[in-house]
Design a binder for this molecule. Structure first.
Ligand code: HEM
Length: 156
């Protein structure tokens, strides 16, 4: 039986995720809804998000080792009061960027990708609301194919 690759491998590894976040934040900074949110972002932000996604999708655990892990990521959303309009625009632009960056477009990959982005972006909104503190001690989220692994030709 063919071994199931991780979402990270299927996506094309860190290079593909870097392409994704580079294209994405290029659009974000031109978008009237999101530009005010990201105007002062750290110049390393697109790289950090690529490294984050890599780890969540089963790649190297670099974000946990070098960037403060889940706790740090949650902390970066605190107090930002992200609205549903901003969240939805963020998701839409990320899906557009996935096409532009040439991420795999097969139904199985895109449905797993969309599931994570919906989940993660809604958590980001929750953590960003006034009065929230970093209370998460959970490990990094890890995402996989759910109940639809990728279609691959039978081996042998
Ligand atoms: C799946 C959804 C999301 C993921 C995976 C994600 C990921 C991240 C990560 C990893 C960081 C920290 C980067 C670092 O280590 O420096 C971060 C920061 C941030 N996120 Fe998110 N995020 C998500 C959703 C959102 C949404 C929906 C918004 C707003 C519309 C948002 C706004 C921000 C902002 C403003 C920062 C700080 C940027 C900076 O100043 O460097 N995030 N995000």
């Amino acid at each position: 039986m063919t071994e199931t690759p991780t979402l990270y491998e299927w996506a094309g590894g860190l290079d593909a995720l870097r392409r994704l976040t580079t294209v994405f934040y290029g659009h974000v900074l031109k978008d009237p809804v999101l530009e005010p949110v990201f105007r002062h972002m750290d110049p390393g932000h697109p790289e950090h998000v690529a490294v984050w996604l890599a780890e969540v999708f089963g790649g190297p655990e670099t974000y946990s080792h070098d960037h403060g892990g889940h706790r740090h990521m949650v902390g970066r959303h605190l107090g930002r009061a992200i609205t549903e309009e901003q969240r939805r625009r963020w998701v839409n632009l990320l899906f557009d960027a996935a096409d532009e960056a040439g991420l795999p477009s097969d139904p199985e990959f895109r449905s797993a990708f969309a599931a994570y982005v919906e989940w993660g972006s809604r958590l980001a909104v929750m953590f960003s609301q006034p009065g929230r503190e970093v209370t998460v001690e959970e490990p990094m989220p890890k995402w996989d194919w759910g109940n639809r692994p990728p279609w691959q030709p039978p081996s042998g």
